[in-house]
Structure formats: structure tokens, C-alpha cells
Design a protein around this ligand. Structure first.
Ligand SMILES: *[C@@H]1O[C@H](CO)[C@@H](O)[C@H](O)[C@H]1NC(C)=O
Length: 137
């Protein structure tokens, strides 16, 4: 009994770190789709990510249409813009999603663009200033 418990504990302890990582990647933010719209400037996007605006400063009045749906452009810095399908996403979820979208970067070109679905907070896209419609097509 003791050894069985120990073995179970050891297995769990070894498996735990990768399980936690998987849960984070699949539950909170899914795999981004890269290259969906116009390239944003990578350093502008890093700046936006590292100086994430307050929800109260987000520009929810900036909208666009893709087909029949209305989308939002809550934040831009330089030529890097964030677009969301939801008017009321969890703002910290959007920030986390932007962090994942940075995985779409090309360090050699200094550019990035991509889109990712966030459970409960819709779709988040990061691309250039004219990308709003393209992001959701
Ligand atoms: C991005 O913006 C920075 C700062 O304005 C600029 O130095 C850089 O050349 C830009 N990169 C690209 C790929 O346009």
C-alpha cells in the first residue's frame, strides 16, 4: 500500500508540470493562426504588450464590419493594432492572447500578425492599422 501510494505520487509529481502547461495552452488560449492580415511592426506590438492600456482607455468606439459582424479595435500603438470580436472580453484575457500572438512574429522582418480564439472572450487579432476586416475573414 505504501509503495503503491508512493509510486502514484511519484507519477503524479513527474506528470504535473506538463499537464499544467497543456491546460494553459488549450483552455485559456488556443493555437494562433499566423499570417491572416497586414503585418504589424513587431517593436510596436512589443511596446503595446509591455505597456498594456487600462480597460478604461480602450477605444471601443473604433469598429469595423466583416460581413454582418461588428468588430472592435480597442488598442493601437504605432502601426500595431488589436482587434476583438467581442465588445466585452476579459481584458486580461486579451492581453494574454496578445502575448501568444507574439509567437507569430518574424524576428528577421520585424513584423507580426495573427489571430487567436480565447474561450469566453471571442477572437483576438493583432495586425496593422488597416487589418480590422481582414482579421475576421
Ligand atoms: C518598426 O518601428 C520602429 C520604430 O518606429 C522602426 O525603427 C522599425 O524600422 C519598424 N520596423 C518595420 C519592420 O517597419
Amino acid at each position: 500500500m505504501f509503495f503503491a501510494t508512493l509510486a502514484l505520487f511519484a507519477t503524479f509529481a513527474l506528470a504535473a508540470p506538463s499537464v499544467e502547461l497543456d491546460v494553459r495552452q488549450t483552455n485559456n488560449v488556443q493555437k494562433p493562426t499566423c499570417g491572416v492580415a497586414g503585418d504589424a511592426n513587431l517593436s510596436d506590438c512589443y511596446h503595446l504588450y509591455n505597456n498594456w492600456p487600462y480597460y478604461q482607455d480602450a477605444t471601443w468606439g473604433a469598429t469595423c464590419h466583416s460581413g454582418v459582424n461588428l468588430e472592435y479595435n480597442p488598442a493601437c500603438y504605432g502601426n500595431c493594432c488589436i482587434y476583438t470580436s467581442s465588445r466585452t472580453p476579459l481584458w486580461e484575457d486579451v492581453h494574454t492572447a496578445v502575448g501568444h500572438l507574439l509567437d507569430c512574429r518574424s524576428d528577421s522582418k520585424g513584423t507580426v500578425n495573427g489571430r487567436v480564439k480565447v474561450e469566453g472572450s471571442g477572437t483576438v487579432c493583432m495586425a496593422d492599422r488597416k487589418a480590422c476586416g481582414d482579421c475576421f475573414n
